[in-house]
Design a protein around this ligand. Structure first.
Ligand SMILES: [Zn+2]
Length: 238
C-alpha cells in the first residue's frame, strides 16, 4: 500500500451528475462488482444488490482505509476525478426519458391500467447532465498499485452516459507519487479537498478549501442510504 496517482487520457471529456466527477473508489468498486456478478453467473448463481433495508457488504478494494472518522465512518483513501486542463465551466446538457409501456407489459405479470407520468418511480424525467471538457483527469489514492492498474485496464469509459459515447478513456497511467498518505487519500493536486470526508479528517488543517458541509455517501455503493453521512464536500472548479 503506497501513495499513487492515476491519470486517464480522455477522448473529449466526461459527463457527470454531481458537481464533482467520478470517484476512484466508486470506479474500482463498480468494476469489481460487475466481475463478481459475472463469476456468480458462471456458477449458475445470481448476485443481487443490497436492498434499501440491508447493509451492503464492502468489496475488497485494492485501497487503504482512512479510519479517522471512527467506527463505521471509515472511507477508502482515494479522491474524485480532477480535470487537469479544464477548458471551461462544465456545460449543462439535459436528457429526458419516459417508460416504454410496451416493454413494461412484456416484463411484468401485472401492469396497472395507468402509470403516472408525473409521479412515482416510473415518472417521465428531464435531468441535467454536466459535461466537463478535459483531455486528462487525475485521481490520487493509497493502495496496491498493481491491483489498481489491473482493474482500471478493464475500464474503457467513465462517468455518466457511457453508452452514448461520453467519457471514453484512451489510456490509463498509474504511478507512485512521493507525497504523504493523508494528502494522497484526501486532496486534489492543488491542495483542496478532493473527496467527501468526515469533518474529523480535516481537523487541524484549516487551510484546506472544501465545498462546504452537506450530506453524501462516504463510500460505495454511493446510492445506498446506509452510506449517507454529514460530511465535508469536495472543492469543485468553478
Ligand atoms: Zn479521511
Amino acid at each position: 500500500m503506497r501513495p499513487f496517482e492515476v491519470k486517464a487520457h480522455l477522448a473529449v471529456g466526461l459527463a457527470h451528475a454531481a458537481p464533482w466527477a467520478t470517484s476512484l473508489d466508486g470506479l474500482l468498486a463498480s468494476e469489481m462488482w460487475e466481475d463478481e456478478k459475472a463469476a456468480a453467473r458462471d456458477r449458475g448463481q445470481y448476485l443481487e444488490a443490497a436492498g434499501p433495508d440491508e447493509v451492503p457488504a464492502d468489496l475488497d478494494l485494492p485501497l487503504a482505509r482512512c479510519t479517522l472518522g471512527g467506527g463505521d465512518d471509515w472511507h477508502w483513501c482515494a479522491t474524485y476525478a480532477y480535470p487537469e486542463d479544464l477548458a471551461d465551466a462544465p456545460e449543462i446538457h439535459h436528457w429526458s426519458g419516459r417508460p416504454d409501456h410496451r416493454a413494461l407489459e412484456q416484463l411484468a405479470r401485472y401492469r396497472p391500467s395507468v402509470i403516472s407520468d408525473r409521479q412515482g418511480r416510473y415518472r417521465a424525467r428531464q435531468m441535467p447532465l454536466l459535461l466537463t471538457s478535459t483531455r486528462t483527469v487525475l485521481w490520487r489514492g493509497v493502495g496496491d498499485i498493481d491491483r489498481v492498474s489491473a482493474t482500471l485496464a478493464l475500464i474503457d469509459a467513465i462517468g455518466k452516459k457511457r453508452s452514448q459515447g461520453e467519457g471514453q478513456v484512451l489510456r490509463w497511467e498509474v504511478q507512485p507519487v512521493d507525497i504523504d498518505a493523508w494528502s494522497a487519500g484526501h486532496l486534489h493536486p492543488n491542495g483542496h479537498l478532493g473527496r467527501l470526508s468526515p469533518r474529523i479528517c480535516l481537523q487541524g488543517r484549516p487551510t484546506v478549501e472544501t465545498g462546504g458541509l452537506g450530506r453524501g455517501a462516504l463510500r460505495p455503493p454511493h446510492m445506498h442510504r446506509s452510506r449517507m453521512r454529514e460530511v465535508c464536500m469536495p472543492w469543485t472548479p468553478q
